[in-house]
Design a protein around this ligand. Structure first.
Ligand code: ADE
Length: 226
């Protein structure tokens, strides 16, 4: 899968893309992630990427020309163009799964007060928000999307099953998990997990997941038979 990211701050991606699973996915060729500086698509001496909004108002908008030039250079018929913005659709595990099925994502990171509306009208297929809060720009949000999508690609994480069992993939939060030692500072691992009874373990897990979800995220259980 290929990602092309358009940003004013390429440096923000250096850490997140160069560690752990994303690093390995890039090294093995599972993903190709290219980060482009939008200023490289300007043609004036000062490499201006923003301007004042028509009609007045605070802040600056991202100009359409560099974004159009970049997208039109990178776009292919199968590309999906995504704009990171707090006005977008909330990003979910289901959306990550849909993106993981696409061969090529072009991700535009917004900045300033937003982007010229013609970018949305003419270029963008999906507008995505990673949550109801406002970041200084869309680069961290784009890194979140790249991470959540890449780990779903076959071969990205050790066990395919662990992605299938994730919180949200099952529609519920994951329940508690334990590793050795069986007792630590007086806190014991529940007996059922040490019992070797796989049926009982599975039943306990489902029940714990349901209880945790009911307490923390009852919205996830709405419309679900529990
Ligand atoms: N840019 C600024 N805030 C954002 C958010 N919450 N999601 C996506 N892009 C953003």
């Amino acid at each position: 899968m290929e990602f092309d990211i358009l940003t004013l701050f390429p440096g923000i991606f250096t850490g997140p893309l160069d560690e752990s699973i994303l690093k390995r996915a890039r090294e093995t060729g599972l993903v190709q992630i290219r980060v482009h500086n939008l200023r490289d698509f300007t043609h004036d001496k000062h490499r201006v990427v923003d301007d004042r909004p028509y009609g007045g108002g605070p802040g600056m908008l991202m100009k359409p020309e560099p974004i159009f030039e970049a997208v039109e250079k990178l776009q292919r018929p199968e590309s999906c163009v995504v704009l990171m913005t707090p006005q977008g659709k909330p990003f979910t595990q289901a959306q990550a799964g849909l993106f993981a099925g696409k061969p090529h994502l072009i991700i535009i990171c917004g900045h300033y007060e937003g982007v010229d509306e013609r970018v949305r009208e003419a270029l963008v297929d999906e507008e995505i928000s990673i949550g109801d809060y406002v970041l200084t720009n869309g680069a961290l949000a784009a890194a979140v999307v790249v991470d959540a999508v890449t780990r779903l690609l076959p071969g990205a994480i050790g066990h395919e099953q662990s992605a299938a069992d994730d919180s949200f993939a099952t529609g519920m939060l994951e329940g508690p998990q334990y590793t050795r030692p069986p007792e630590f500072r007086g806190m014991k691992v529940p007996d059922v997990l040490l019992s070797g009874d796989h049926g009982a373990v599975e039943k306990w897990r489902v029940n714990e997941a349901r209880e945790r979800t009911r307490q923390r995220r009852p919205d996830l259980l709405e419309g679900k038979q529990t």
